[in-house]
Design a protein around this ligand. Structure first.
Ligand code: TXA
Ligand code: MG
Length: 332
C-alpha cells in the first residue's frame, strides 16, 4: 500500500476520504487536537487495520468520532449530564465515555468488548466535513506508530506511519496539539480518565460537582465505581488448546480438521453455542473483528472453561494473544 498525501482543500479530497472510509480503508484525518488514524467504526475488519497500522501489541479501546449529539444519541445512552456537557463543549477536545446502546452498530473492537463507548465531536472543519460526507462514526486514535509521539503535522504522520494507510488528508498543524480530555460519564461518579485542554475546573463549572482524575490501570479499577477498562470473560480460559473437553467451549482459529473432543468426536460436533471460530481461513483481521463478540458469546454458553486454539504470534495475532493471555490470567 502506498499512502497518498493530499491537501484537504484539493478538489474532491473530502469525498475521496469518505469513499475510502466507506470501503473499509484507513484515512489519516486532521483534528484540532492531533492527527487521527480513521476507519469506519462499524466495520470490525477496518478497525482491526488501525491496530495493525499502529503496530499496537494490544487492543485499547478507541475514540469514535461523531457528527454531533444526534449521532451520539444513536450509539450511546446520553443522560442529562452528557447532554449538558455536549451542549457546552462540543464540538471540541472533550471525549465522553457513555454506556453503549444495545443495538449500537459500532464494532466492539472499538470498545475492546466493554459496555461503554468513548465519543467525540471534533471541531476541525475538515474532520467535520469527512464525517458528514461519509455519514459514518469514525474510530480514530492518534496517527502514529505505537510508542511514537502523537502527530500534530502531516510530516509527523508520514514519518511515523509512512505507507501503512490509504490516504493522508493534510491540513497544516493542529491548533491544540494535545489529545482530548476523556470524561467518564458511564457511572454515578464522573471521572477524568485522560487529562487534556478541557480541565476539571471547566467541567465542574457546568456539572456542579468535583471531577476526580482517575486514570486507573488497564485492568484494575483504582476506585469503587470506576468501570473495568478492559473486558475479560468470567469463564476461565485455557490457551493453546489442541483438543477440547466435553465441558468446555471452543474458541477456534483456522481449520478444525485436527481438533477432537476428548473422549471421542470431532470439535465441529460441539453444540452450536459452545463453538466459535475467529476465522475459518486464518485471517487475523477477521479474527480481531470477531474476538470480543465471540468471547462474550462463549462466556454466556454455560461452559466451565473456554479452550482457545493457538493464534500465530505475529501482526494482529500479537494483540489477540495479549487479550487472551490477560483473560487467562497469564498476565497481570
Ligand atoms: O484528541 C483525541 O482524542 C485524538 C484525536 C484523533 O481525536 N484521538 C485519540 O484517540 O486520542 P485514542 O483512541 O488514542 O484515545 C483513546 C483514549 C484512551 O485514553 C482510552 O483509554 C480512552 O480513550 N477510551 C476509549 N474508549 C474507552 C472506554 N470505553 N472506556 C474508557 N476509556 C476509553
Ligand atoms: Mg495516542
Amino acid at each position: 500500500m502506498s499512502a497518498r498525501l493530499v491537501s484537504a482543500s484539493a478538489p474532491g479530497a473530502i469525498k475521496e476520504a469518505a469513499r475510502i472510509l466507506r470501503e473499509s480503508g484507513l484515512v489519516v484525518l486532521p483534528t484540532e487536537t492531533v492527527y487521527g488514524l480513521g476507519a469506519n467504526a462499524c466495520d470490525g475488519r477496518a478497525v482491526a487495520k488501525i491496530f495493525e497500522a499502529k503496530g499496537r501489541p494490544s487492543f485499547n479501546p478507541l475514540i469514535v468520532h461523531v457528527t454531533g449529539p444526534a449521532m451520539a444519541r444513536e450509539l450511546v445512552h446520553a443522560d442529562d449530564r452528557a447532554e449538558i456537557v455536549m451542549e457546552r463543549f462540543w464540538p471540541g477536545p472533550l471525549t465522553l465515555v457513555l454506556p453503549r446502546r444495545a443495538g449500537s452498530p459500532v464494532s466492539d473492537l472499538c470498545s475492546a468488548g466493554l459496555p461503554t463507548l468513548a465519543l467525540r465531536m471534533p471541531a476541525h472543519p475538515v474532520m467535520q466535513a469527512v464525517l458528514k460526507a461519509s455519514a459514518l462514526p469514525v474510530a480514530a486514535p492518534s496517527a502514529n506508530k505505537s510508542g511514537n509521539l502523537s502527530p500534530t503535522t502531516p510530516a509527523h504522520v508520514v514519518a511515523s506511519l509512512g505507507n501503512d494507510v490509504d490516504l493522508i488528508l493534510a491540513a497544516g498543524a493542529c491548533t491544540i496539539g494535545l489529545e482530548s480530555t476523556v470524561l467518564d460519564l458511564s457511572g454515578d461518579q464522573p471521572a477524568i480518565l485522560r487529562l487534556g485542554s478541557v480541565t476539571a475546573k471547566d467541567l465542574k463549572a457546568v456539572l456542579d460537582t468535583d471531577i476526580p482524575y482517575d486514570p486507573g490501570t488497564p485492568d484494575k479499577p483504582t476506585s469503587p465505581g470506576q468501570i473495568l477498562r478492559h473486558y475479560a470473560p468470567r469463564t476461565p480460559l485455557r490457551l493453546n488448546a489442541v483438543d477440547v473437553t466435553p465441558e468446555e467451549a471452543l474458541l477456534a482459529f483456522g481449520s478444525l480438521r485436527f481438533m477432537g473432543i476428548k473422549g471421542g468426536g470431532a470439535a465441529s460436533q460441539l453444540p452450536a453455542d459452545r463453538l466459535r471460530n475467529l476465522s475459518e481461513t486464518g485471517d487475523l483481521h477477521e479474527a480481531a473483528a470477531n474476538l470480543f463478540r465471540m468471547l462474550h458469546d462463549l462466556d454466556a454458553s454455560g461452559a466451565t472453561r473456554i479452550a482457545a486454539m493457538n493464534i500465530p504470534e505475529k501482526d494482529l495475532g500479537m494483540a489477540i494473544n495479549d487479550r487472551l493471555r490477560r483473560a487467562a490470567g497469564a498476565v497481570e
